[in-house]
Ligand binder design. Structure first.
Ligand SMILES: NC(=O)c1ccc[n+]([C@@H]2O[C@H](COP(=O)([O-])OP(=O)(O)OC[C@H]3O[C@@H](n4cnc5c(N)ncnc54)[C@H](O)[C@@H]3O)[C@@H](O)[C@H]2O)c1
Length: 359
């Protein structure tokens, strides 16, 4: 039998900012996909990326792009407050969607996306590339094989010492971003930890958030350009305890800015009855006990930068071609969003919050 080439996916891009271009670069390097169209609120950005990535057409607005019936799927990489309206519009227009994180501003919006996906019969995938790093994939294989035994607790986080992105831009404005580091980097760690734990069902959350640097214009990082005429009304540190239906638990700690010793790397630790694992940045170590002694087994899985994003992009294309549910599904996006909402609610009320799964 000859090798059948993969069915061509026609892909559009809504948003040609930082992450939009990262997606374009990844898809451009893959087979079986045509970069069909691009739009950005700032038209010159769309035109520049059309040139850079050989995209066929530029549209003035997302609404016009979504009317193009030659497209099967779109990548949405716009500020967070536009995720829900654009994802719902894309699904209603019959497009599959690769949506950047966080899913939406809040769980109400995330539920609207889940309903729209169900009604459309199309697929929506969340852009959580960390699930696709080699160490994360190796951990997932070991968890699925039962090597860790029952995972009863886990710890995940990302503690940046000086990393507030784009102070004063949409990144630090609650109405457009939905929140601070919890929404920006915490959602990646939450997503990864739940995935590696085997997707236990979260039921309740206690959390606290703080804003100790941002309001004083301290802790500024290098992602995005500050707008000193803007403002900061999100948190810059958050800590939370998430309890699952099966009795397991997860602690999450994130900061954009803090006075503390930190390597500023994202981390997940899984603690199982038979073995544990620590992921930190690109490195991973398995922990166990043998012959009465503690043993550590490092993972050596170095790979070129961006390999995780290539796998994510390939998986999205496969899901579009086969109508398959992506691993980072719409439901997993909603799960993360319910937890994020509950952390803010718990911080405001001082109470433990039970998650509301009703659609
Ligand atoms: N997965 C990751 O690691 C990762 C990394 C960075 C950002 N993100 C996410 O990607 C999203 C975008 O972040 P960014 O850093 O690229 O921001 P950005 O500000 O660089 O880019 C957003 C782009 O969207 C455009 N835009 C705004 N409204 C639009 C509209 N109605 N139609 C079309 N385009 C519109 C803007 O002009 C801008 O060019 C955010 O949700 C962010 O959380 C994810």
């Amino acid at each position: 039998m000859g090798h059948r080439s993969k069915e061509l996916v026609h892909l559009g891009f809504i948003g040609a900012g930082n992450i939009g271009k990262v997606h374009m670069e990844a898809f451009q390097a893959l087979q079986g996909v045509e970069l069909t169209a691009v739009t950005d609120a700032i038209r010159p950005l769309a035109e520049a990326s059309q040139k850079q990535f050989n995209i066929l057409r530029v549209y003035d607005t997302a609404a016009e792009l979504l009317k193009d019936s030659s497209m099967d799927a779109v990548v949405i990489g716009v500020p967070n407050h536009l995720h829900a309206p654009l994802a719902v519009a894309a699904l209603e227009a019959g497009k599959n969607v690769l949506l950047e994180k966080p899913m939406a501003l809040d769980a109400g919006e995330a539920k609207a996306i889940v309903r729209a996906e169900r009604e459309s019969g199309k697929r929506l995938m969340m852009g959580h590339q960390m699930r696709w790093s080699s160490p994360a994939m190796e951990v997932k294989r070991q968890v699925d094989a039962g090597s860790l035994g029952r995972i009863y607790t886990a710890k995940a986080g990302w503690i940046r010492r000086k990393g507030i992105p784009g102070w004063g831009t949409w990144f630090t404005r609650k109405g457009e971003a939905g929140g601070g580091p919890l929404i920006d980097i915490g959602v990646h760690m939450l997503d990864l930890a739940l995935f590696l734990m085997g997707n236990p069902k979260p039921v309740s959350v206690v959390g606290v958030t703080y804003a100790e640097f941002g309001p004083d214009r301290k802790g500024i990082g290098s992602w995005g350009k500050p707008n000193w005429d803007g403002y900061f009304d999100v948190e810059d540190l958050a800590t939370a305890l998430i309890k699952m239906e099966d009795g397991s638990s997860l602690t999450l700690e994130v900061s954009w800015a803090v006075h503390a010793q930190t390597d500023s790397l994202p981390f997940v630790q899984l603690m199982g009855r038979d073995a544990g694992v620590s992921l930190r940045g690109e490195e991973g170590i398995f922990h166990a006990e043998m012959f009465g002694k503690s043993v550590d087994v490092p993972m050596f899985l170095a790979e070129p930068e961006g390999a995780d994003r290539m796998r994510l992009s390939e998986h999205f294309l496969d899901c579009v071609r086969e109508g398959r549910e992506p691993v980072s599904s719409a439901l997993s996006g909603l799960t993360n969003q319910l937890i994020l909402d509950a952390i803010y609610e718990s911080s405001k009320t001082g109470r433990q919050i039970e998650l509301d799964w009703s659609l």
